[in-house]
Design a protein around this ligand. Structure first.
Ligand SMILES: Cc1cc2nc3c(=O)[nH]c(=O)nc-3n(C[C@H](O)[C@H](O)[C@H](O)COP(=O)(O)OP(=O)(O)OC[C@H]3O[C@@H](n4cnc5c(N)ncnc54)[C@H](O)[C@@H]3O)c2cc1C
Length: 655
């Protein structure tokens, strides 16, 4: 039976943990270069940190174990961005790359592999299960935020929709000071990451690690939905990622699936790379702090402290010239910075963390896509849930399960919202402010995510269909704050949704559109009653009250350590994703986005990590040139060469 088949699969790494004698409680996905402290030449060995620095790193914090060789790159978090960095950086054969991931390998877990089985992941051990702080804007409720705690991160727990937003989204990044992140620059990396099953074009790449395809399943209610959009006169959008045409209109969303199965960033980027000798992916370890060396202008990252499952601590050390790349996601990257003493001064003092660098923007600007539902009942039992469940009971349908297991086809390949579109609620909007996602299932609660949870727990599902209304370019921003100085404590997520009144107006107009679509003649053979918001919710005031009491997350957390110009007091990162005022430290994940984009955020995060990897490798090449010049100068006693070397570094880093 489906539920039984989806029991937790947690097994050791296919390659064992042979290389990790020191870290017996952790799972290294690649056995490599540990314990004996050997180095492999290259920059790492030539520019090893001083004994004093190593001593300081371990002193009093980490266990007294023999040191392993330092790493050129320590990637914190093996999620969507972290997997990209792991693959791209370890493609340099002499770069030693370490990934520290709190979750474990999920590549064999059917709850992750089967698209429709995602419902079993919510609030499981593979979910960090965050919640916003209750506030008046959400009617005193806290909003549940799923985040993947697994190798591949939230790309293992997401809905797989493949969207990039619009060219104008990236123009707005450049306007915010993210130089070099305009539409043409980012398009190159989107194409590099993509393997489009519909072929290459100006906007689509072929041969990249992430397959982009259609879901191989169409529910008849989705056909009715598309019929309704046509009859109501909306544009048909054949490709939401074609920037030569408007984003407005309705159509079929693309997804990151390979033949009916999820392709996460871990599948796409690590399969193959995980056999590289110079890449070590250490799972089931929780990074607790970035180790810092120096003071004032000389402050720089020199390692990462992390905790094993048994509670013991270790420190991974950074080789001179190396970098710590923080990819723990929009909640935990700012959390880790603050735990390390990098953040808003008064907040750090309040929670008793010594300030190493006051950076006011850390944790600020946390954005998300708020969502609400319009849901109707259906007299015909044709919902996707009717196909997954046996005759309307809570029992799984063995035929549907077999279809997936044998052919990777049928209702289990559904991501719930294969069809939908983008829409402007008023002519004043320069871009669509609403994304509509059509779901061929009935909501069992106004707060969409708890319907999925209930289904995951085995509740009976009625028949019906739903439009999910997402404010896709919201104005509200909240923030991440520490609850206390405990690295294992979930942070505070404050005022993330609906702090800006404009978002309520957008959702209100979106509900009116959703109602129009759901009550169109195209659904006359199906529709019974409107379940949510409900026939009595008609005035603007009543709709607004419904929005505040049911708003939920469309899972697009971004912006909490954003890029921006130096004059922007809240911009944490420069345009190369470097933390301002702290050497050897970048943030590479969804938190770096200057503005949330109008579309889902996984592909953009992967694009950012692709571009970041090129930046890191350019810096490495510049450092190599510098090292060669210094060696040459020392050999020939030519002082003048130092000046030339410095110029080379500046030129190389900028190139
Ligand atoms: C339910 C859901 C549905 C979504 N649907 C879509 C969709 O359809 N399309 C889309 O494009 N996007 C979607 N997203 C969003 C998308 O998946 C994320 O934007 C993207 O994964 C962000 O990538 P990231 O690298 O910033 O963070 P993540 O992918 O979340 O990776 C962060 C990683 O860091 C690890 N980590 C965190 N803290 C620590 C620590 N202290 N020590 C060690 N490891 C740590 C985590 O375990 C995780 O593996 C969805 C997300 C969710 C949760």
């Amino acid at each position: 039976m489906l539920e039984a088949s989806l029991a937790v699969y947690s097994w050791p790494s296919p390659l064992g943990s042979s290389g990790s004698r020191k870290y017996s409680r952790s799972h290294d996905l690649v056995g490599c270069h540990l314990a004996n402290g050997t180095t492999r030449g290259g920059i790492a060995s030539r520019l090893a940190p001083s004994r004093r620095a190593l001593h300081r790193l371990r002193g009093g914090v980490a266990s007294e174990e023999p040191a392993e060789a330092p790493w050129d790159y320590i990637v914190v978090g093996g999620g969507a961005a972290g997997c990209v960095l792991a693959e791209r950086l370890s493609a340099e054969p002499d770069a030693r790359v370490l990934v520290l991931e709190a979750g474990t390998d999920g590549s064999k877990d059917l709850r992750i592999r089967i698209p429709a089985a995602l419902i079993k992941v919510f609030k499981s051990e593979r979910d960090w299960d965050f919640n916003t702080e209750p506030n008046a804007e959400t009617n005193g409720r806290s909003v549940y935020l799923c985040r993947g705690k697994v190798l591949g991160g939230s790309s293992c727990t997401n809905v797989m929709l493949y969207h990039r937003g619009t060219a104008a989204d990236y123009d707005s990044w450049v306007e915010a000071g993210a130089e070099g992140w305009g539409p043409n620059a980012v398009l190159e990396y989107y194409r590099k990451a993509e393997h489009s099953l519909t072929g290459a074009s100006q906007y689509h790449g072929v041969g990249g690690p992430m397959p982009v395809d259609d879901v191989p399943y169409i529910n008849e209610l989705s056909e009715a939905f598309m019929d309704a959009t046509g009859k109501l006169g909306y544009r048909r959008n054949q490709d939401f990622n074609d920037w030569s045409a408007p984003q407005d209109g309705f159509g079929r969303f693309k997804v990151t699936q390979r033949s009916g199965e999820r392709c996460s960033a871990a599948n796409g980027y690590l399969e193959g790379a995980d056999r590289r000798e110079n890449l070590c992916v250490r799972t089931a370890v929780h990074a607790t702090r970035i180790a810092l060396d120096g003071e004032g202008d000389d402050l720089c990252a020199c390692g990462v402290e992390y905790r094993h499952e048994d509670g013991s601590l270790s420190v991974a050390q950074l080789a001179a010239g190396g970098e710590v790349l923080l990819s723990a996601g929009a909640v935990q990257s700012p959390q880790l910075l603050m735990l390390s003493g990098i953040g808003p001064r008064s907040h750090l003092e309040d929670v008793g963390i010594p300030v190493r660098k006051a950076v006011e923007g850390v944790g600020e600007g946390l954005a998300d896509h708020p969502a609400v539902l319009v849901s109707c009942g259906s007299k015909k039992k044709v919902s996707v849930t009717d196909e997954i469940r046996l005759f309307g009971t809570s029992l799984p349908n063995p035929v549907t399960l077999l279809r997936w297991l044998l052919f990777k086809r049928g209702a289990l390949t559904s991501v719930a919202c294969e069809f939908g579109g983008f829409f402007r609620t008023s002519a004043d909007q320069s871009q669509p402010d609403v994304q509509v996602r059509f779901i061929a299932a009935r909501a069992e609660s106004a707060d969409g995510i708890s319907t999925l949870q209930k289904m995951g727990e085995g509740a009976k599902m009625g028949s019906g269909y739903t439009t999910q209304i997402v404010a896709c370019r919201p104005r509200s921003v909240g923030r991440v704050r520490l609850r206390n100085a405990d690295a294992l404590c979930k942070p505070l997520l404050e005022r993330v949704h609906l702090s800006a009144e404009e978002d309520v107006v957008t959702l209100r107009e979106g509900i009116k559109l959703g109602r129009k679509l759901c009550s169109s003649d195209s659904f006359s053979n199906y529709r019974t009653e409107e379940i949510y918001p409900g026939a009595d919710v008609t005035s603007d005031e009543a709709i607004d009250a419904y929005i505040r009491s049911s708003v939920h997350s469309a899972n697009a957390l971004t912006g909490s350590c954003r890029m921006g110009r130096e004059s922007d007091a809240l911009a944490v990162l420069d345009s190369e994703l470097r933390v301002r005022g702290v050497g050897s430290l970048r943030v590479v994940d969804a938190s770096a986005m200057p503005h949330i984009i109008g579309g889902q955020t996984c592909a953009p995060t992967i694009m950012m990590a692709e571009k970041a990897a090129d930046m890191v490798l350019a810096q490495r090449a510049a450092l190599r040139r510098y090292t060669a010049y210094v060696a040459h100068a020392e050999a020939h006693g030519a002082q003048a060469a130092y000046g030339a070397a410095a110029q080379q570094v500046q030129g190389g880093a900028a190139a």
